[in-house]
Design a binder for this molecule. Structure first.
Ligand SMILES: *Cc1c(COP(=O)(O)O)cnc(C)c1O
Length: 235
């Protein structure tokens, strides 16, 4: 994919976000586009950076480490993939947010390393919205209890919820999951749990980000729609 296409793709995605926000009576400025750059080489990220992208999403610790020093320091790196507790230490001073927290054990480890790094790391609770066996995340029913367990930890701040909706050719099929995640965040907000906020709703990917925006996403995570198909064999 050449540079013109990345810039062009970003433009298209941005316009679609604006249109979806307007359909829902939302301010497009409230929505952050995260460019999901996993498996993609640094020069492609640079193209996206030059087109104005500052938020990048990666799902592997090693890949963040490989790319971090090769790109400008004002990039916000989002950890969006499953995170093993023994790898938290490598990225605790590098990521702006960890989207994929689904256990007290992981949150405790992030807390420990955030304190060492002298910072507060915003985290999201990952919800397995469709109860898919293949996916990580906590169930709807277990979400509030997990939040109550994690909330008192120092060095982290629960800032919202994240979901990966099922793969589908028809984005309308995922509207129900986005609605439910939004409702869950409203419900949890109403409980006034100390030290948490629910301002972030990280939902929507290439196939369904417009529906996610209509249903209240604050952050959409778009990979293929910006960088093209991924080739895991090479990447
Ligand atoms: C890969 C990935 C994305 C981006 O997926 P696309 O369909 O390529 O937009 C978003 N979120 C997570 C958690 C991912 O792992």
């Amino acid at each position: 994919m050449n540079s013109y296409m990345i810039k062009d793709n970003i433009e298209k995605v941005r316009n679609n976000i604006i249109k979806a926000a307007e359909r829902a009576g939302r301010d497009p400025g409230d929505i952050t586009l995260i460019a999901v750059s996993k498996t993609k080489p640094v020069d492609m990220l640079k193209e996206a950076y030059d087109a104005g992208i500052r938020d990048f999403g990666e799902n592997k610790v090693q890949e963040i480490l490989d790319k971090y020093d090769k790109l400008p320091g004002d990039i916000r790196w989002h950890m969006i993939g499953h995170l093993q507790t023994n790898k938290v230490k490598y990225i605790s001073d590098k990521v702006c947010m960890i989207h994929s927290v689904d256990s007290l054990k992981l949150a405790t480890e992030i807390s420990k390393h955030a304190l060492k790094a002298g910072r507060v790391i915003p985290i999201l609770i990952e919800v397995n919205v469709a109860n898919e066996e293949s996916k990580f995340g906590v169930s709807f029913d277990a979400c509030e209890a997990l939040i109550r367990d994690i909330a008192p930890l120092d060095g982290i701040k629960i800032s919202g919820l994240m979901a990966i909706a099922p793969y589908t050719d028809d984005p309308e099929e995922n509207r129900i999951y986005f609605k439910r995640l939004k409702q869950l965040s409203v419900d949890i907000t109403s409980k006034n749990i100390d030290n948490i906020t629910m301002g972030v709703l990280s939902m929507g990917m290439t196939g369904d980000y417009e529906v996610a925006v209509e249903e209240g996403a604050s952050h959409v995570r778009v990979g293929t729609g910006i960088f093209g198909e991924r080739n895991y064999a090479i990447g």
